[in-house]
Design a protein around this ligand. Structure first.
Ligand SMILES: [Cu+2]
Length: 479
């Protein structure tokens, strides 16, 4: 079970608040100070497949209220998938038929949105298909060839997504390829990043909508001072000197954009939302917007016994009026601890990972203009009864997404992965399949998308959850 108590100790043994900002959380200095064992950033458990049929994955997921200890010394009332935050990981292969028996034991309607997965409209878990409290629903889809990658699942109910995810409803998805070019021996870490804010009694802090904090959340997207990796604060990952690990990372935050870096190391960025790139890319840092995923190779470059911090570097996504005072602070996310074992020779990584066929710009039948202003798309707030973009199955289109305001808005499209053509007129350097794209303040990007297979009404929206919930969302109808 994934609900450990967390206590950070100073050298003198007194408890300290884990939050650097800390003002929303206080601890008692009089508590006893046991030495905590080092906490490993263990992967969330895998959902148990109850099917005996080949190429079939059948799992049970229940969403319910739970009391978990996310912070030292207190319990928090959370919403949890199968009693855990994060929920268990759905681990499937291309070609698998997936059946999810879902039960909603929450006191409010919910859905499960399979973020990034190409699936039928009625299994998308969008606001069109709410599951009532006490009701059950079977989600069913087949995992398409060529879609191996890192995804996640979370609720997508009308106006309540930010609240439901902030309460703890999120879990990972791994889609595995039959012909994965990466060495099968790579140890894998599944890391779900989130942040949260707590009141002194341990309850998760959701302020009144029109309070000062509520207004700030609505502008920024709700942020919290406590940074979690798989529900843990500052866990440790062990690595052997010379070892190479595959890290799959999901940003499950409502508004926080992570700028990830591993001190003293470069990272080999190998994949994004829709799986592997064509080639690995050596980078010093990776920007991970809300809802987005990265797959990267971490190479243990420290000598035996060494340690390095995996960090969140400052990134200014805000308007000046509501920018947090501590936004320029670098924050540690986890410790990479090199074991005392003798170094090993790093495993060879192929120079070519796969071929990504570019979508054909000569087949484009429409160019859409999508304008992001604060809280609105093309000047309108979300209306589920309205269709904003109408098209047909099989059509290829270009969307020009323009952000005309002074803060970043991350774009998400349901149902179909896209490719980025250019950003501010600069051609994208390498091809990738994407379903998330950060559109920085006062900038634009062009994407190309083909609506394969599935008619339906698909959402496109800003993935700052507070913006989405307040109507920064539109409807794409594919007929
Ligand atoms: Cu937004």
């Amino acid at each position: 079970m994934k609900h450990r108590s967390i206590a950070l100790l100073t050298l003198s043994g007194s408890l300290v608040a884990v939050s650097a900002a800390g003002q929303n959380y206080a601890t008692s200095a009089s508590r006893p100070a046991p030495s905590p064992p080092p906490r490993d950033a263990s992967n969330p458990p895998i959902l148990v497949n109850i099917s005996k049929l080949p190429k079939t994955v059948e799992v049970n997921i229940t969403a319910a209220v739970a009391k978990l200890s996310l912070m030292p010394g207190v319990t928090s009332e959370v919403f949890a998938y199968n009693g855990q935050v994060p929920g268990p990981t759905l681990d499937v292969r291309e070609g698998d038929h997936v059946i999810v028996h879902f039960r909603n034991n929450l006191p409010e309607p919910t859905t499960i949105h399979w973020h990034g997965i190409h699936l039928p409209f009625d299994s998308d878990g969008s606001p069109y298909h709410p599951i009532a409290p006490g009701a059950t629903h079977d989600y069913e889809f087949t995992v398409h060839a060529g879609t191996a990658g890192t995804y996640w699942y979370h609720p997508h109910p009308d106006h309540r997504t930010g609240f439901a995810i902030g309460k703890g409803l999120y879990g990972g998805i791994i889609v595995r390829a039959a012909d994965d070019p990466l060495p099968a021996s790579l140890p894998e870490k599944f890391l779900i990043l989130s942040d949260n804010r707590f009141l002194q009694d341990g309850s998760i802090d959701f302020p009144e909508a029109h309070s000062q904090h509520g207004i700030k959340d609505e502008s920024n997207g709700r942020e919290g001072p406590v940074l979690f990796v798989n529900g843990e604060v500052m866990p440790t990952i062990s690595i052997r000197s010379g070892e190479v690990q595959l890290w799959r990372i999901v940003n499950a935050s409502a508004g926080r954009i992570f700028r990830l870096s591993l001190a003293g190391h470069t990272l080999l960025h190998v994949g994004s939302d829709g799986g592997l790139f064509e080639k690995p890319i050596e980078v010093n840092e990776i920007l991970l917007t809300t809802g987005e995923r990265v797959e990267l190779l971490v190479r243990g470059s420290d000598p035996p016994g060494g340690r390095s911090a995996f960090q969140n570097l400052p990134y200014d996504r805000y308007v000046p009026q509501t920018r947090p005072a501590d936004w320029e602070m670098t924050r540690d996310l986890l410790t990479l601890q090199t074991t005392n074992d003798a170094p090993v020779t790093p495993v060879a990584i192929p120079a070519t990972l796969r071929k990504i066929v570019p979508l054909d710009t000569t087949k484009v039948t429409a160019v859409r203009t999508i304008v992001f202003s604060q809280g609105l798309i093309n000047g309108k707030a979300m209306d589920m009864a309205r269709v904003d973009v109408s098209t047909t199955v099989g059509a290829t289109e270009i969307w020009e997404i323009e952000n005309v305001v002074g803060m970043d808005h991350p774009f998400h499209l349901h149902g179909f992965q896209f490719q980025v053509l250019d950003r501010d007129g600069v051609a994208e350097k390498y091809r990738a399949w994407k379903d998330m794209l950060n559109i920085p303040k006062h900038s634009s990007a062009r994407i190309i998308v083909r609506y394969d297979d599935f008619p339906g009404k698909w959402m496109f929206h800003c993935h700052i959850l507070d913006h989405e919930d307040h109507g920064m969302m539109g409807v794409l109808e594919v007929k």
